[in-house]
Design a binder for this molecule. Structure first.
Ligand SMILES: *Cc1c(COP(=O)(O)O)cnc(C)c1O
Length: 376
């Protein structure tokens, strides 16, 4: 089945008891056992598993063409689950442009238990190769990256990782399985903040780790999920499963809108730079074209005049809401460096835009008037 069909049918069998097409939200924390003590209906305690979570995990694994998935309470819980597969003195190479919370996990709690890491420009395979050590167990990459929208060669990174006995984990939050299939390019693990496109409506926080092959890693992640317990609620799973049906449509339209906006503002006199992999001028464009089916709905702008001018632009948009996060149906604008805090390396003049499902022309008009009202 193709992605659109899977998105509708992978987690959508009528409820066997009632025939209901929309599955019930199972809120029960506990499940009845048979007189002999067994649980023939598959569940006994909701932290260990429940029907809504099972169907969500099955559907996301199917969309990514993975062997299995574990749903967690946030994208951060998902990255932490992957890092928890490592042992003291193991080494991680992580993209230097990367979700700042992932970097904080490596620099804080995981560094304290002896997991070492280096940041590297993931778009340069030779730089990655130079930094690989005998104890490098994991390459962690985002492509497109956050917030600079750099494109990394996932197949090349997978070859490098495997030549050194390491895993490639891809945070596929920005691309979603609709635009990029990391397992087909050799990744071992795929991670999503389902808070973003998979949820898609800015009303649920969640995360998932998908595993490419059945076996030990999947089993260890399942133990991590139930023993460490950062699990999503039955209602969260229900919302996420429901959102999957429209994921392909939303992501394609949002990408189309983003491409129209990038084309409209490339070279705009108020902009010092515009980062969007769908533009031919983007250094990763050819690679993005080869490994993605469209270029995603995130773009970043650098405003002439520095931080004050960037804030002024964000203050003047009417359709773009000033808020962090991404992937929802509504367009958002944020001054990324101030969200990331004092350790941020993000340029101070950068605004990150998450393009929603409004009409592209309305978004272009809104951003245009905001930019025009600020002089460099
Ligand atoms: C938001 C985000 C995360 C973290 O997810 P949460 O659900 O906020 O914990 C990780 N990676 C990327 C690329 C993100 O955008």
């Amino acid at each position: 089945m193709r992605l659109e069909t899977l998105a509708i049918h992978a987690a959508h069998a009528p409820d066997p008891g009632t025939g209901a097409l929309a599955p019930p939200i199972v809120l029960s924390t506990t499940f009845e056992r048979d007189p002999d003590g067994s649980y023939p209906r598959g569940h006994h305690y909701a932290r260990n598993g429940n029907p809504g979570r099972d169907s969500l995990e099955g559907a996301i694994a199917a969309l990514e063409s993975g062997a299995g998935a574990v749903a967690l309470a946030s994208g951060s819980a998902a990255s932490a689950a992957v890092f928890s597969l490592l042992a003291p003195d193991d080494h991680v190479l992580v993209g230097e442009d990367c979700y700042y919370g992932t970097l904080k996990q490596l620099a804080g709690p995981f560094a304290r238990i002896g997991i070492r890491h280096d940041r590297v420009n993931m778009t340069r395979l030779e730089s990655v190769a130079e930094l690989i050590q005998p104890r490098t167990r994991l390459l962690w990459v985002e492509s497109p990256s956050n917030p600079l929208l750099a494109i990394a060669d996932l197949a090349g990174l997978a070859r490098l990782a495997h030549a050194h006995g390491a895993w490639l984990a891809c945070d596929n939050t920005f691309a979603t399985p609709v635009l990029q299939r990391p397992f087909a390019l050799g990744a071992d693990l795929v991670v999503h903040s389902t808070t973003k496109y998979i949820g898609g409506h800015s009303d649920v926080v969640g995360g998932v780790v998908v595993v490419g092959e059945p076996g030990d890693i999947l089993e260890r992640l399942k133990v991590h999920q139930s023993v460490l317990g950062a699990v999503p609620s039955g209602f969260d799973c229900w919302l996420l499963r429901r959102s999957l049906a429209t994921l392909p449509l939303r992501v394609r339209q949002q990408s189309e809108n983003a491409l129209a906006i990038a084309r409209a503002f490339a070279g705009h006199r108020q902009l010092a730079a515009l980062y969007y992999p769908g533009l031919e001028s983007h250094p990763g464009h050819a690679l993005a074209r080869a490994q993605m089916s469209a270029f995603g709905a995130m773009l970043s702008l650098r405003v002439k005049g520095g931080e004050a001018a960037a804030f002024a632009v964000a203050a003047r948009t009417r359709l773009f809401t000033r808020a962090t996060s991404l992937g929802g149906v509504e367009s958002l604008i944020e001054h990324r460096a101030s969200v990331e805090g004092p350790t941020s390396r993000t340029p101070r003049d950068l605004l990150r835009l998450s393009i929603g499902l409004e009409h592209a022309e309305d978004l272009i008009a809104d951003l245009g008037q905001a930019l025009d009202s600020v002089s460099p």
